[in-house]
Design a protein around this ligand. Structure first.
Ligand code: AHR
Length: 501
């Protein structure tokens, strides 16, 4: 029996909806086919955006979308992607598969997509191969309402009013594909580039995100915080609102990461252990940030995370297309529970990537679409968005192999604006059910509803069998008069319970 104790009176902080954010790059079939098919496509669409995908993402309550990269961002020149499509510059996507990029999806299309999704916008600028002027003009093009060369150009291209840019990233992975810079050098560039992210609407609307570390590169965080942690309020052009962190979960070494669907129990435990390592990364990077920003005004933005396996056999290695099993669902469960528990510092997280790339919530094949196990986890967890984290404690035990030990259960708990409590739990064992008792501080009558995602560890959805794994109602619990709950959490499952007093 594992016991989860919840202090429903103790709120520990707001869980920003952006923690449930996503990422879309011009990579493989993410943008083209996955999201955008063009107005003339036979695949049902609205202004070129696939209707099936947009509807599914709305149902999952996607809060924010990052674009255009990734590594692509530091090669992207935004002026290539505006104006009449037939005149847009064609280029080779050298980073990702060497395919033709016709720039038919650009700024206007991204803003249209976010408007259909009803989500916030996160644009990633180009520092690696772009100029300060180019970045500054992009901001002017998107957000200036008055008379100016860029605002006039936007109007000429059919958009009268400025758009809202919620977040702007100043470069991506500038320690690697974004220019191979040292933190000292990038820190100076960041200070310079961010100066020209003008706040034209005057309300501090654009949050500026500085490129942060890869995994455990604590030196990068130290140097960037030292150089740029200035706390002046946004309307006075403070240096940064967020510092990013990238971390991918790979069971094996980079050259042999392992198959997404064919793996043994040892790889299951290794993958979940590596996902749980996020806890240490956030704590250690957070401790450095605390030294310079004790009031936690600067958000840690984990703007790339998720599983990275070998590509599906027979697919373009540069497209990073992989399947998605119950193992991915448990990685999402562990990661999102960790982000929730660190909501005092983690203000945004963006799983990589939205459709058809790495740990996607949706896969497509021509006109067909399927929802992955990871999709269902995000849909079950949507109730945490903008809720308050509650103090909770789980008595866990360790499971795994001799070399690889992990906790048996992952959890987090929040309370929403209506006073409903949301509990998300994952059973990390691929084979053993787990008895769980949930206790609240206050004893009183309660009602419970729930849904569960379960299957064996390699279970996944295919275009022939799209409903192998899906969220189902969960009623197999008992409720005491004191309002405590007892249940059996099936092996390899993710559960959401809504508790109403
Ligand atoms: O998500 C795929 C790639 O991973 C991104 O382009 C890059 O930022 C990271 O290395």
């Amino acid at each position: 029996m594992a016991k989860l104790v919840i202090n429903e009176k103790k709120k520990l902080g707001k869980i920003n909806e952006e923690i449930y954010g996503h990422f879309s790059e011009h990579l493989g079939r993410c943008i083209y086919e996955g999201l955008y098919v063009g107005e003339d496509s036979e695949i049902p669409n609205k202004n070129g955006m696939r209707t099936d995908v947009v509807e599914a993402l709305k149902d999952m309550k996607i809060p924010v979308l990052r674009w255009p990269g990734g590594c692509f961002a530091d090669e992207y020149h935004w002026k290539d992607g505006i104006g009449p499509k037939e005149n847009r510059k064609k280029m080779i996507n050298t980073h990702w598969g060497g395919v033709l990029e016709d720039n038919s999806f650009g700024t206007h299309e991204f803003m249209e997509l976010c408007s259909q999704l009803g989500c916030k916008t996160y644009i990633n600028g180009n520092v690696g191969s772009g100029t300060v002027q180019e970045m500054s003009e992009w901001i002017e093009y998107m957000t200036f309402d008055g008379i100016s060369p860029m605002a006039d150009l936007r109007r000429k291209n059919g958009r009268e009013k400025p758009w809202k840019v919620d977040y702007f990233g100043v470069g991506n992975e500038n320690w690697g594909c974004g220019g191979n810079m040292t933190p000292e050098y990038y820190g100076d560039l960041y200070r310079r580039y961010q100066t020209y992210i003008r706040n034209y609407s005057g309300d501090g609307a654009i949050s500026k995100i500085c490129c942060g570390a890869n995994s455990d590169d604590y030196h990068w965080t130290e140097e960037l915080m030292k150089k740029t942690h200035d706390h002046t309020p946004k309307h006075l052009h403070g240096f940064m609102d967020g510092l990013s962190l990238h971390y991918y979960t790979t069971p094996g070494p980079w050259e042999h990461k392992g198959s997404a669907t064919e793996f043994h129990e040892g790889e299951w435990f290794m993958t979940l252990k590596k996902a749980a390592y996020l806890e240490e990364l956030i704590s250690k990077h957070g401790a450095i940030m605390d030294q310079y920003d004790p009031e936690k005004k600067i958000g840690m933005m984990v703007d790339e995370w998720g599983c990275w396996f070998d590509v599906e056999p027979g697919t373009n290695p540069g497209f990073l297309y992989q399947q998605n099993t119950m193992r991915d669902a448990l990685v999402a469960c562990i990661s999102l529970n960790i982000f929730n528990k660190h909501c005092d510092r983690v203000k945004m997280a963006n799983i990589a990537q939205l459709v058809n790339v790495l740990q996607s919530v949706i896969l497509t094949e021509g006109a067909k679409m399927l929802l992955t196990p990871t999709y269902y986890v995000f849909r079950m967890y949507k109730h945490h968005q903008n809720a308050h984290l509650l103090d909770s404690f789980m008595e866990i035990s360790e499971i795994g192999t001799d070399e690889c030990r992990i906790p048996n259960v992952s959890e987090s708990v929040s309370i929403d604006e209506h006073g409903d409590i949301h509990i998300t739990l994952g059973n990390l064992s691929p084979t053993e059910n787990q008895e769980i008792e949930i206790q609240f501080f206050e004893s009183k009558g309660r009602q419970v509803t729930g849904s569960i995602l379960a299957g064996n560890m390699t279970a996944h959805n295919t275009f022939d069998q799209p409903d192998n794994v899906k969220e189902q109602d969960f009623t197999a619990y008992t409720l005491t008069d004191q309002g405590n709950i007892a249940l059996t959490l099936p092996a390899c499952s993710v559960l959401h319970l809504k508790v109403t007093a």
